[in-house]
Design a protein around this ligand. Structure first.
Ligand code: CMC
Length: 391
């Protein structure tokens, strides 16, 4: 013990003031700049949500058109950046490549690194939002041994991402509006979530004055952990492991005996249905219908797990509800996105949240370097002993 409050895991400590996102975990509500997530997911689109998160207000039609034009005209990466990939093994995890390549942006865009210059900060934010989908798609293409696809600025932000993921030189990707919309909603639902571990990492990195590209690379590194961004991947692995509907009762017995968890259920903050999960559940049905996959065994298995869990006293007593990851992995795999890319999609969508928090912090004249204290529990003072006298 010492003179500082001991609060490992920040269970009782606010690390900052923020005007961006509000979560009411007991009621299961999430707001971006005061707007309920359900309304944004239904009526807005991802780029408008980006504008809202960064600027604090929804754009007018003219501001929106200008914002979209600016984002879509920065989508190319420096051609030399594409050579970075050749240094990675083909089987590198796409998040490993993301951490490296996004960090390397600071070596390419040196004219937007002065964090005290508002114009530099704005340019860096645009560059990150514009280029993240390009880099994410490149990670996937490199894994697949497919050529990189240049962005198309005549498409929407999300349709362009699918184009860069799925077009080949022989056959362009033809955007399916239902699927593009589904991915756009996934982006919106993941755009921000107040002071989660990766956002706090970005703030802490940024508090030293580090440049925004380096800070976002730090956020990506944190997101990669299985307790944070890796949960939707875990849901799909769990469905594979269970295998079929008849194995569900035995699996549930194991959950209650605490031999394993029901992945995609429970949340540190939400002790009610995660509002993003309700939206994602609907999108999940829409996508599977569109693709004729309603009878897909994996989907049926997921719905059976959900049905049993929602009726079971173990889950009811502990307030364990499905979280967004329970459904988002199913949707993404129906869209043809491979499991290791799920966390990359999360990073892509969360970049705007990270950068909005970073900018909010830097613009605050009272900003201080983040410097937690500790409770020292090591050895007390002792004298050095030469090696031949240690025993
Ligand atoms: N399956 C079975 N039991 C569970 C689960 C689960 N998924 N989650 C919590 N519990 C039990 C836990 O064993 C404990 O039981 P008891 O009171 O008998 O000891 C009780 O529920 C309370 O759980 P906790 O571990 O104290 O809750 P937490 O707030 O520390 O953990 C969590 C939250 C998300 C880490 C946890 O629910 C979990 O591991 N869920 C599965 C993984 C998952 O889906 N993670 C995604 C979270 S959302 C992603 C994001 O927003 O980044």
């Amino acid at each position: 013990t010492g003179m500082f409050t001991f609060d490992p895991g920040f269970l009782a400590t606010s690390s900052c003031e923020s005007k961006i996102t509000y979560i009411d975990g007991d009621l299961g509500q999430l707001y971006y700049r005061g707007y309920p997530i359900e309304q944004l997911a239904e009526q807005s689109d991802y780029l408008e949500v980006c504008y809202l998160l960064i600027n604090g207000e929804l754009p007018t039609a003219q501001q929106s058109a200008e914002f979209n034009r600016t984002v879509m005209s920065h989508t190319m990466v420096h051609e030399q950046l594409t050579r970075f990939f050749n240094g990675f093994r083909r089987d590198a995890h796409p998040m490993a490549m993301m951490v490296g390549v996004v960090g390397a942006l600071s070596a390419f865009y040196q004219d937007s690194l002065d964090i005290n210059n508002e114009e530099h900060r704005k340019v860096a934010m645009f560059r990150l939002i514009s280029k993240i989908p390009t880099i994410a798609a490149m990670c996937y293409r490199y894994n697949q041994g497919l050529p990189f696809v240049y962005p198309r600025n005549d498409l929407s932000y999300t349709a362009n991402f699918m184009h860069m993921m799925f077009s080949t030189p022989c056959e362009p990707y033809v955007p399916n509006p239902v699927l593009v919309r589904a991915l756009d909603v996934i982006f919106t639902l993941h755009a921000d979530h107040e002071q989660n571990a990766s956002t706090s990492t970005v703030r802490l990195a940024g508090s030293s004055g580090a440049n925004p590209f380096a800070c976002i690379a730090a956020g990506i590194a944190c997101l990669w952990g299985p307790s944070h961004g890796g949960a939707n991947e875990a849901v799909l692995l769990m469905l594979d492991e269970i295998g079929s509907v008849d194995k569900v009762p035995a699996f549930m017995e194991g959950v209650k005996a605490k031999t394993h968890k029901l992945m995609g259920f429970g949340h540190r903050v939400y002790k009610n249905m995660d509002p993003r999960a309700s939206v994602m559940r609907r999108i999940c049905y829409e996508v599977l219908n569109e693709l004729g996959l309603q009878n897909d065994p994996k989907f049926k298995l997921a719905m059976e797990l959900e049905r049993i869990a929602l009726e079971d006293s173990y889950f009811i007593e502990r307030k364990l509800y499905p979280n967004v990851d329970f459904y988002s992995g199913i949707v993404q795999s129906a869209l043809g996105i491979p499991v290791p890319m799920f966390t990359v999609i999360f990073a892509l969508a969360r970049t705007v949240g990270w950068i909005s928090h970073w900018n909010e912090m830097i613009a605050d004249p009272g900003m201080k370097i983040g410097r937690p204290r500790q409770q020292y529990t090591g050895a007390t003072k002792r004298d050095y002993v030469p090696a031949d006298q240690r025993g």
